[in-house]
Design a protein around this ligand. Sequence first.
Ligand SMILES: Cc1cc2nc3c(=O)[nH]c(=O)nc-3n(C[C@H](O)[C@H](O)[C@H](O)COP(=O)(O)OP(=O)(O)OC[C@H]3O[C@@H](n4cnc5c(N)ncnc54)[C@H](O)[C@@H]3O)c2cc1C
Length: 386
Amino acid sequence: MGEQADSYEEIRKSVRALCTQFPGSYWRELDRDRAYPKAFVDALTKAGFLSALIPEEYGGSGLSLSAAAAILEEVQAAGCNGAACHAQMYMMGTLLRHGSAAQKRKYLPEIAAGKIRLQAFGVTEPGSGTDTLSIATTAKRDGANYVVNGQKIWTSRAEHSDLMLLLARTTPKEAIKKRSEGLSVFLVDMREAAGKGLTIRPIRTMMNHATTEIFIENLRIPAENLIGEEGQGFRYVLSGMNAERILIAAECVGDAKWFIEKAVSYAKERNVFARPIGQNQGVQFPIARSYAQMRAAELMVVEAAKRYERGEDCGEEANLAKLLAADASWAAADMCVQTHGGFGFAEEYDIERKFRETRLYQVAPVSTNLILSFLAEHVLGLPRSY
Ligand SMILES: Cc1cc2nc3c(=O)[nH]c(=O)nc-3n(C[C@H](O)[C@H](O)[C@H](O)COP(=O)(O)OP(=O)(O)OC[C@H]3O[C@@H](n4cnc5c(N)ncnc54)[C@H](O)[C@@H]3O)c2cc1C
């Protein structure tokens, strides 16, 4: 569907082949039990797709962001769900760009080999979602350790990850000169932390997302697990956000493709009034509109990824890609339900599941309003709102 705006046809083909082993019935069963797609994540890891962005010197495949986007797009377009593991791709950037040589040597080869998982990203707190600079979790230096206290919420995949990137305040708000300073990023080894100040509690959500809340009480983290410089954590997290937005946008494009393909084939075969419903323009046009939205979003994802790879500022394009793609996937989801009539609500068609899954991207990892606010202020020069 739609000529690919980039290449990576070989990669796409292998991802598609892998995904055929994980049909709708696999995902439906997990969805009912809210279970983690371990077999799927293991297969993606074994095939090397999750270490696409890890440089070859650390055992990864050293591919570009565009290639990683192609992988995640195909996963979604095949009806699977990369949300179980996508963070491993975009969180890697923080460790790669700001981690020390020793940290990279210690963790990256094991991650690339699939021995350990880095899939949990603890930023959001009950009192601060959108407003990251207000996080209240603290990390205080005590000899060779930091002692961490606080609470995180919506920390996805925490129960299925060995490592977590944790954002905590190391300098009180009152003592900092610049609002964006005073936060630090730590690499928490959850295997060591479990039961020693770290408690993970799952949150049941609209879709099968393995998300959790985390309670942290006097957790000791070795100082060598601080990433980069103390107090610069917000900058490090921000610098990874463009990659995150581009990759999530690629997933949304994949979702939109899945919904459109489902709708097209159903509209051709479902006969009402003795003719296919797809013969009615009232049914055709919403599908065609979805296709147009998806293609526009796809082009913006490609453009954003190219700028990112050239090392250019891609804040505008990454945000546009995320906005357009999340809107396109949500519109396609709604269209697909409508095209299927009552069957759109039946579990066995997978549409209602994908509909629930793709809804998330209007809110996380950044909500649509916040993107609009970024565009208004930073691209269009409108007055700052908050
Ligand atoms: C399933 C799931 C998985 C997640 N996974 C992770 C994870 O792994 N790690 C992690 O750290 N976080 C995660 N999140 C958190 C996610 O990033 C936040 O939910 C998101 O950033 C929004 O924060 P909030 O929920 O606190 O909403 P709030 O900040 O309370 O905002 C509520 C609403 O108000 C709007 N709003 C707020 N301020 C403004 C404003 N100034 N102008 C206009 N509108 C505004 C927002 O757009 C939003 O729609 C996850 C969330 C979910 C639901």
